[in-house]
Structure formats: structure tokens, C-alpha cells
Design a protein around this ligand. Structure first.
Ligand code: PMP
Ligand code: GLN
Length: 414
């Protein structure tokens, strides 16, 4: 079979195996390629472009330096000591206890390790299992801030619910509270937030968090909060929404060890909240992955018990990297929206001829030797025009890599 007819055959194959309901909701969420197949994620596509061209990869958010030596060593010794078979379904007791102690140490939250927390295959599985567990039917709505992390729309589509978006606009990317209030109704099953926020770098003000809680109470919705960048907030310590009055009893809090310990490939995440909700999530999770990461779980327990100085140090190092990246982007002619937290800096490329950031980012690896991601990749199709000149750059890379990227972008811009 020739290459062309093979790929044509392959797409027909996908068309026939992707069932109608998922295909329709995925198409509505803009997740399908023009031939009807599920498109690769923007992160996979851009990392492939970096590998192909040798460009510096400031696209996909993963660190290029190892995390703490004691955490890595703990995983090695767990393997050596035989932690190589299925762990318990909820996670190993040592890690469940470490997560509970961590939530108490940093935020004063009380989490029962036996009934109110489970370990998942990264935050991604926690989020997908939560949506699959809690969505009741096609009339249910999930309210999210937009732009949003790419798996949100996919998981909402998988769960068969409707996505309702509230825009975050430059320069501060805080939501308009009236728009937020107008978007939450009695059809809202879940208000899904991500704080600190990927891709914008926003940290939501207390007023925003209070309004989310007020609306969730008023409309009897569940709050799902993705706090994977909890230890990477730069201006003030992170405030989990579950600590606000009235929130804990209706909130599922999701996090991941990937960002905190630079172990994104280990895929150790967790979700905690009221026991009844956690039981519902567990019923789904056990048929997604069943369990994961037997040798990584004890290692992350070691990490979560590290001194406060590790956590504050990680935030300070990343804040400095954002400054270096931001200086380089400004020198190259971008307008920079400095982040308050997380891995990413967003910059406006309009002055550099990047009014169409998607086209700009497609050309950037060849033209400048740098990979970045257009914000339109995090936005529903109908709202893409609002974010058309904005580009996301990952700062979680070595300082010399960021400096070299700045040199390349400055050279390209003249
Ligand atoms: N949520 C957000 C906001 C993220 O940026 C990421 C990715 N890095 C994830 C979830 C996924 O986390 P994990 O790799 O633990 O599944
Ligand atoms: N969270 C990472 C990012 O936003 C990517 C993770 C992934 O590739 N799924 O870049």
C-alpha cells in the first residue's frame, strides 16, 4: 500500500472506531483534526518540531534539570527493595499520609488519609476520573476559565458534558466577576479552576476565589481545583480554594508531584476532598489505570516531607528564570505579561509580525531556532480571535538555555 493510501486508510479506520457521541463532542470542543481523527496534542506536536529542527524547546512545560537527589534516590532504592508490583488502589499508606501532612503543614487543611485522598496517574487522571465520576448527563455544564489546559476540554467531552467558558484577558488575566456569575447556573455541575494558572501565569485574587465559592453554594455545584503549580507562586504563598469558608465540603483539590519535584514523567498525582466524592472518583479511577507508580509513590512521600526551604527555594529559582526569559523577550520586541506563578510566561508577538501567533509559532523553530506555543491552543475555536497575538514560553529550563533562546529571539527580531 502506498504511503498516501495507507494514511487515508488509517484515517477511515479512526473515523470508524471513534464512536459518534465522542466524535461529535470532541469535534465541538475543537479536538479533531480536519480528517476526523484525534489530533496530537499541541505539546507533542511542538516537541516533535523541536526534535526535528534542533530548536530550543520552550513549548512543552517540562524541566530540563533533575529534581531533588533524595527523591530520585528513594525511587531507586524502592525498586531495589522490591516495590515493583501493584500498590493498593488508593495509593500506598505512606504517600497518603504524606499528602495529608503536607496539606496540613502548608495550608492547615485536615485530610483523612484513609478516606479523603487517592493517588492518581498524574493530575491528568485525577481530573479525567473526577469528570467521568461526577458528570450525570449531557445537560450538565462545566464552567472553566479560558484559556484552559488542553486536557480540560477533552475530558469534559469524554464525560459527555458541556463546556462553558469565562474569558481571562490580558494584561492581568483575572476573570470579570459579572461574567463569571452569569456563566454559573443551576445546570452547572462543576466549576473547574486552575490556580496558579496554565497558560496565563495568573494567580487568582481572593475576591475571585470567594465568588467561585459563593456561586458554587448558590447553584449547588462542585468545585474542582487544579493546583499543580501550588509551590510555584511567586508573590505570596498559594491559597487553596478549599481553605475558604464553606468550600471544603464541596471541593475536590487536585495536585501533582511532577511540577513540585521536577518529575513530570513519573505521573504521580492526587485528589482529595469529602470522602463520598473521593469514593466516586475512585470507582472510575480503578478502571482507568487501577493503580500506578509503585516505586515512585514512596519517593514522592519523601519529597513531600522535605523542609520548607526546598519548596520556597524552588519558587525563587523559577521566578528568577521568568525574569531572565522576560528580559530576553522584551529585548526582542515582545510585550511581556509577567506571570504570578507556574511554568509559563505569556508574551504578545504582534509588534514582531506575530498578530497570528499560531502561524508565528509554526514558523519560529525554522526562523529563530525556538519553539513556543500560541495561546489559541488553549482556547475554544470560536474564541480564538481574542488571543490571536499571544504566545506561551516555558521558563522551566536551565538558565543557559533561556539565555541562548533570548539571543536567538533578539537576532531573529532585527
Ligand atoms: N494541569 C495543569 C494546569 C498542567 O499544566 C498540567 C501539565 N503539566 C497538568 C494538569 C498535568 O499534570 P500531570 O502531568 O501530573 O498529569
Ligand atoms: N502541562 C504541560 C504543558 O502545559 C504539558 C503536559 C503534556 O504534554 N500533556 O506544557
Amino acid at each position: 500500500m502506498s504511503k498516501m493510501s495507507f494514511s487515508y486508510g488509517l484515517s477511515l479506520f479512526f473515523m470508524s472506531v471513534i464512536p459518534g457521541a465522542w466524535r461529535r463532542t470532541a469535534a465541538g470542543a475543537g479536538l479533531l483534526a480536519s480528517d476526523g481523527t484525534v489530533a496530537p496534542t499541541i505539546f507533542a506536536e511542538m516537541s516533535a518540531a523541536a526534535a526535528r529542527t534542533g530548536a530550543i524547546n520552550l513549548g512543552q512545560g517540562f524541566p530540563d534539570e533533575d529534581g531533588p537527589a533524595e527523591v530520585l534516590e528513594a525511587a531507586r532504592s524502592a525498586i531495589a527493595n522490591g516495590a515493583n508490583q501493584y500498590p493498593p488502589g488508593r495509593g500506598i499508606p505512606d504517600l497518603l499520609e504524606a499528602i495529608s501532612a503536607h496539606q496540613h503543614r502548608f495550608y492547615g487543611l485536615d485530610v483523612d488519609p484513609a478516606s479523603e485522598v487517592i493517588v492518581t496517574a498524574g493530575a491528568t487522571e485525577a481530573l479525567t476520573a473526577t469528570l467521568l465520576a461526577l458528570i450525570d448527563g449531557p445537560e450538565d455544564e462545566v464552567v472553566v476559565f479560558e484559556p484552559y489546559y488542553d486536557s480540560y476540554a477533552a475530558a469534559v467531552a469524554l464525560a459527555g458534558a458541556r463546556l462553558r467558558t469565562v474569558p481571562l484577558r490580558a494584561p492581568d488575566f483575572q476573570p470579570d466577576l459579572e461574567q463569571l456569575a452569569a456563566s454559573v447556573t443551576d445546570r452547572t455541575r462543576i466549576i473547574l479552576i486552575n490556580d496558579p494558572h496554565n497558560p496565563t501565569g495568573a494567580v487568582f485574587g481572593r475576591g475571585v476565589l470567594e465568588e467561585v465559592v459563593r456561586l458554587a453554594e448558590k447553584h449547588d455545584a462542585i468545585i474542582v481545583t487544579d493546583e499543580v503549580y501550588e509551590h510555584l507562586a511567586f508573590d505570596s504563598p498559594h491559597t487553596p480554594i478549599a481553605t475558604l469558608p464553606g468550600a471544603a465540603e464541596r471541593t475536590l483539590t487536585i495536585s501533582s508531584a511532577g511540577k513540585t519535584f521536577s518529575t513530570t514523567g513519573w505521573k504521580i498525582g492526587w485528589v482529595h476532598g469529602p470522602a463520598a466524592l473521593i469514593t466516586a472518583v475512585l470507582t472510575v479511577k480503578q478502571y482507568l489505570t487501577y493503580v500506578n507508580g509503585s516505586a515512585f509513590q514512596p519517593a514522592i512521600a519523601v519529597g513531600l516531607r522535605m523542609d520548607d526551604s526546598y519548596f520556597t527555594g524552588a519558587a525563587a529559582v523559577l521566578a528568577r528564570k521568568h525574569e531572565i526569559l522576560g528580559d530576553g523577550l522584551r529585548a526582542a520586541g515582545f510585550t511581556v505579561h509577567a506571570p504570578q506563578g507556574g511554568y509559563f510566561t505569556v508574551a504578545d508577538a504582534t509588534a514582531l509580525g506575530g498578530a497570528d501567533a499560531a502561524a508565528f509559532c509554526r514558523a519560529l523553530p525554522e526562523r529563530a531556532g525556538v519553539v513556543a506555543i500560541p495561546l489559541t491552543a488553549f482556547v475554544s475555536e470560536s474564541n480564538r480571535h481574542e488571543y490571536s497575538g499571544l504566545v506561551r514560553f516555558a521558563a522551566c529550563k536551565r538558565v543557559d538555555v533561556l539565555e541562548e533562546a533570548a539571543v536567538r529571539l533578539a537576532r531573529f527580531s532585527v
